[in-house]
Design a protein around this ligand. Structure first.
Ligand SMILES: [Zn+2]
Ligand SMILES: [Zn+2]
Length: 136
């Protein structure tokens, strides 16, 4: 079985995913842009049952929006490590994975709210929202 490991910049928080990574996407929604301070955020879906925090649980901060979407980040260095849905870890940020996660983003999602200053130049399919309303 594949084990994916990752952690934050300061090394306090470590996690493991004891199972395959699911679909990966680049999310351009305004919440992810703000939360990451970047043009977009890249996540891979996971099975919540496969996910374990290994170190630094005391340092984990969770910010959840009214919609139920949330992020887990390090209280010391600010790295965003995982996405949550209704309090459960349902995705990991690919940027915090150790080494090669062996998945690549299959789509750009929520490009209806993409930053004007960022241009998508690859051939990865673009969706206005979440994997629907394909934009050519
Ligand atoms: Zn940290
Ligand atoms: Zn998003």
């Amino acid at each position: 079985m594949s084990i994916v490991k990752g952690g934050c910049l300061c090394g306090t928080i470590r996690y493991e995913v004891n199972g395959p990574l699911g679909r990966a996407d680049n999310c351009h929604c305004s919440m992810c842009r703000k939360q990451h301070g970047a043009a977009f955020a890249t996540y891979a879906d996971i099975n919540p049952d496969d996910f374990t925090w290994v170190n630094g649980v005391d340092c984990i901060n969770v910010y959840e929006t009214a919609s139920g979407a949330g992020w887990c980040f390090c209280g010391k260095c600010g790295s965003t490590l995982a996405g949550t849905t209704s309090g459960q870890v349902t995705s990991i940020t690919l940027g915090a994975v150790d080494g090669d996660p062996c998945v690549k983003p299959e789509s750009h999602i929520f490009i209806a709210s993409k930053a004007n200053w960022f241009e998508i130049t690859d051939d990865v399919p673009k969706f206005k929202e979440r994997q629907k309303w394909l934009v050519s």
